[in-house]
Design a protein around this ligand. Structure first.
Ligand SMILES: [Zn+2]
Length: 251
């Protein structure tokens, strides 16, 4: 991934695998197919350090990150775990679960849900995002409107709740990503959607662009479009992270 990024002309690159510290056996079972085992986290950081030592240079900055799921039940354990690794440059806060429901796993998971049930997923999800940003464990929030991935848009009646979440993010002083992966998903737009992004900018929440690449061909996907959209919204800076500190750089 790092070599692909360097070949694509990227001068600063961050790797961030998934970390799910499961709050119960059901989530543990589900997460085992797509996330590292929590006990492998140390090994992951060590491996990233090896690559960093190999590739880091004046032309290429290598950052070590992790995308860590938020669960109210064990957030203190997660924070203790993350604190053991000062080598981390950034932590992405994410929610992939609403209860035991896997939000972004498969369209088939959503199919049996009627409108009320879909709205309920959104409500649980937004409550979790509020908890996430108030927990002070992450540097930026991942794919803010993820439940739309397979087409279940944010219900009209929850738009004001989303606005409150943005206020909470702003007050918590965490940044937010424009996650361009959404363009390749059934929702066919990035996370968050244009109207949420506009409110994010209005609130002065720091932004960055993340390809959420899961393959070497994706390391800079839709970066040109994202930059264009940010310029149109009057965004002049994006953030970069080093040792859990955010620095604003020119877009
Ligand atoms: Zn994610």
């Amino acid at each position: 991934m790092a070599l692909a990024a360097r070949a694509a002309g990227v001068t600063e690159f961050g790797i961030s695998d998934h970390l799910v510290l499961p709050p119960n056996p059901v989530v543990a079972e589900k997460a085992s197919s797509w996330s590292m085992k929590p006990e492998a986290f140390g090994e992951y950081v060590q491996e990233a350090l090896v690559v960093k030592n190999d590739l880091q240079g004046p032309e290429f900055q290598f950052r070590i990150g992790v995308e860590a799921d938020y669960f109210e039940e064990n957030i203190d354990s997660l924070k203790a775990m993350l604190a053991k690794y000062p080598q981390l440059d950034y932590v992405i806060g994410a929610c992939h679960y609403a209860g035991d429901f896997e939000i972004d796993h498969a369209a088939e998971d959503w199919e049996p849900l009627d409108e009320t049930a879909r709205k309920r997923v959104w409500e649980i999800y937004l409550d979790k995002i509020r908890g996430l940003c108030q927990s002070n464990y992450c540097d930026f929030v991942a794919h803010l409107d993820l439940p739309k991935k397979f087409g279940a848009r944010l219900p009209e009646s929850l738009k004001s709740r989303m606005e409150q979440i943005l206020q909470a993010i702003s007050q918590a002083g965490v940044a937010m990503e424009i996650n361009t992966a959404g363009f390749d998903k059934p929702c066919r737009e990035w996370y968050p959607s244009e109207d949420i992004l506009r409110q994010t900018v209005d609130l002065g929440i720091p932004l960055l662009v993340n390809a959420d690449a899961h393959a070497t061909s994706q390391v800079t996907r839709y970066f040109t479009e994202a930059r264009e959209a940010m310029r149109k919204l009057g965004v002049a800076h994006v953030c970069e992270f080093s040792q859990r500190k955010c620095r604003q750089i020119l877009l």
